[in-house]
Design a protein. Structure first.
Length: 442
């Protein structure tokens, strides 16, 4: 099912439409999402391309202001239960899709598939497997690709003890070859290194959310002349057991964003997001920590994150919408040194435990949000991050008296109202002041 986002603050958007919904029968569409320029990919791990739960990935292209489905990707040797699409990424016309339950080297050893478009046709160009693949490694749980480098994680690999986890680096030189296997220097049994993954250029950040009794750690690797080396380890200085810090990660230049979605600082399992920045004099430091607006238990703010330039998306898969734990996505923008919340995105068809916000992706003005448990097939939402007139509720290109009257008409508590310009769930004087600051012609 495809629905369109409606942002409620400065990052107001112009929704695009598509006449082909990004779903496949019972596919858990939106379990994973990625976007690169005018191409996007949506993972559907229960898709029936080669039988039940063999999985598929759906490719969309942005054409004349509309997202149009261009291809349905399935593995050439896909089989029942492979769940290809549990993770996806896209870069420069290449799609990589993880199939963590593929049985290439034994039950659930895992695989990852690379697809490319050639002369208008998408086809599989590679199947990636680990040189030392073994049963139950879950290779393919997370994937990332950028240019001629891709990463595939195996969080249940046993190099540092049972389920310590690992990640594999592949490079393209006419064919894909395994360049390197990464493990954490401090790796230990049960860490599940590889359950979180992000890549930007030649910088990789890999999460081990079960390390240290579930407090979690994230490991940063930078590339030397040829291979990657571990340079930094991130932790939550106030972390506690079972926070699962680093399940969600993104990296943009010298900024690393890490979700701690079961953090209890605000309320039990309410979650938080930590932003680390590299400084010239002190190296990597914790720059700021973000929390959800409300103290709702179990909302899991930070289950997904994505940052691009100055804009950050944060998913809360069980946030309350109209009294239901349907999930939402918070939009932050860096206006000076710190990120400020600008908007909340919700599904147009919120339902309990649809997990809207389980996956998010952003590239420039374009974004996608996944809600895989929206019945019947899952949900993916495309939206544009275009800043329009703050307070132009009637869409006439003018912020004026009619908009002010509309705002006053919903005075008080208001859940996900477009009139809630500061996104705090209450229509009050601060919203009037924000509207007045945009008074006049847009």
């Amino acid at each position: 099912m495809l629905v369109l986002a409606i942002l409620s603050a400065c990052l107001s958007q112009c929704p695009t439409e598509t006449d082909v919904p990004p779903t496949t029968l019972d596919g858990l569409s939106g379990t994973s999402v990625s976007i690169d320029g005018d191409l996007a990919v949506i993972g559907c791990p229960l898709g029936t391309g080669n039988g039940w739960a063999s999985g598929m990935a759906l490719v969309y292209r942005f054409v004349d202001s509309v997202w149009v489905r261009e291809a349905e990707l399935i593995a050439e040797d896909g089989d029942v239960g492979d769940m290809m699409g549990v993770s996806v990424d896209i870069s420069e016309g290449r799609v990589i899709a993880g199939a963590w339950f593929n049985n290439h080297a034994g039950t659930n050893s895992g695989a990852a598939y690379v697809f490319e478009e050639v002369k208008g046709q998408w086809s599989q160009t590679a199947k990636l497997v680990a040189d030392d693949a073994y049963t139950q490694d879950s290779f393919g749980r997370r994937v990332a690709i950028e240019g001629d480098i891709c990463i595939v994680t195996a969080p249940l690999d046993d190099d540092n003890g049972e389920s310590s986890g690992s990640a594999y680096v592949y490079q393209y030189d006419g064919d894909w070859f395994q360049l390197q296997k990464l493990t954490a220097k401090s790796g230990a049994p049960g860490d599940q290194f590889g359950l979180g993954l992000a890549m930007d250029g030649e910088r990789i950040v890999i999460g081990a959310p079960w390390a240290d009794d579930g407090k979690g750690r994230a490991h940063l690797f930078d590339r030397g002349d040829v291979t990657f080396f571990e340079w930094e380890v991130f932790t939550d200085p106030n972390g506690e057991s079972n926070d699962n810090f680093s399940f969600a990660i993104d990296v943009y230049g010298d900024n690393v964003v890490i979700g701690s979605y079961l953090d209890d600082d605000v309320a039990i399992d309410a979650g938080s997001v930590l932003i680390f920045a590299r400084t010239f004099d002190a190296g990597w430091v914790l720059h700021e920590q973000l929390y959800p607006d409300s103290e709702t238990l179990g909302q899991q703010f930070g289950v997904s994150v994505d940052i691009d330039n100055t804009v950050l998306l944060v998913g809360s898969r069980f946030a309350l919408v109209d009294g239901m734990s349907a999930g939402d996505v918070s939009v932050f923008e860096r206006e000076s040194m710190y990120l400020e919340k600008q908007a909340t995105v919700v599904s147009e068809e919120p339902t309990t435990e649809a997990e809207f916000g389980w996956a998010v992706a952003l590239d420039g003005d374009n974004g996608i949000i996944g809600g895989p448990w929206l019945e019947p097939d899952g949900e993916a939402k495309f939206f544009k991050m275009e800043c329009g007139c703050v307070g132009d509720f009637d869409g006439d290109g003018l912020v004026g008296v009619t908009d002010l009257l509309q705002l006053i008409g919903v005075w008080g508590e208001c859940d996900s109202c477009e009139e809630d310009l500061d996104g705090n769930g209450i229509i009050d004087v601060s919203d009037i002041l924000q509207l007045i600051s945009s008074w006049g012609e847009c």
